[in-house]
Design a protein around this ligand. Structure first.
Ligand code: GSH
Length: 208
């Protein structure tokens, strides 16, 4: 069954296209543009899922929303490829990063995005807030200094999951200075043929 990806330009759903390419699963992309003034998704997305956010996929009659849940669904569909590694420590790290990406790393980036748009006090808020975000950026750098991929020695869906917050952090917070392992990991993922194919399939993506 061909998976339909409801894909919003310049968004987290780029990860879904990338994983589909890595897994070699058949998919069609339904593209949506953001409202130019609010940057929100268009109302049509609410017809697919009540949250009206992207990504959302349809597979036959099944609708799945939330990136982490979608990636797990696709890994299952591909018979477990690029999913949890066999070794216990790697499998635990795999699960950790699958949740950490949206659960812990994205929230400070969202705060920074909002503060950057607040006139006057935003700048001051950003300065106060920055050290809290730095804890995360240093943590990620330390993890990538210890092993080549987030779960261990092999590329997994956890790397796909971590791509958007890291790309967003580079764009919003300029995190690469003094963090060579994040920079090297980004170079590696961007060079993957599946990543490049997904970029071509998805259209505008300001973070690559
Ligand atoms: N945690 C959710 C977040 C979904 C989300 O907020 N998606 C953004 C795209 S980056 C969106 O649809 N924004 C448009 C809007 O909120 O209207 C996930 O990972 O799927």
């Amino acid at each position: 069954m061909t998976v339909i990806v409801h894909h919003l330009e310049n968004s987290r759903s780029q990860r879904v296209l990338w994983l589909l390419e890595e897994l070699g699963l058949a998919y069609d992309v339904k593209r949506y543009e953001r409202n130019k003034a609010t940057m929100l998704a268009p109302p049509e997305l609410k017809r697919v899922h009540p949250l009206g956010k992207s990504p959302v996929i349809e597979d036959g009659g099944t609708v799945v929303a939330e990136t982490g849940a979608i990636l797990e669904y696709l890994v299952d569909k591909a018979g477990g490829r690029l999913g949890a590694p066999a070794q216990r420590e790697d499998a635990l790290r795999y699960r950790h990063f699958l949740h950490y990406a949206e659960g812990s790393l994205m929230p400070p980036l969202l705060v920074m995005l909002v503060l950057a748009r607040v006139p006057l006090f935003g700048k001051m808020g950003l300065k106060k807030f920055r050290p809290m975000a730095e804890v995360h950026f240093d943590y990620v750098e330390g993890q990538l200094a210890s092993r080549p991929w987030f779960a261990g020695d092999s590329f997994t869906a956890a790397d796909v999951m971590m791509s958007f917050p890291i790309e967003a952090a580079v764009g919003r917070a300029g995190i690469l200075e003094g963090r060579p392992h994040i920079a090297a990991w980004l170079e590696k993922i961007h060079a993957r043929p599946a990543y490049q194919k997904a970029l071509a399939a998805g259209g505008p993506y300001a973070y690559a």
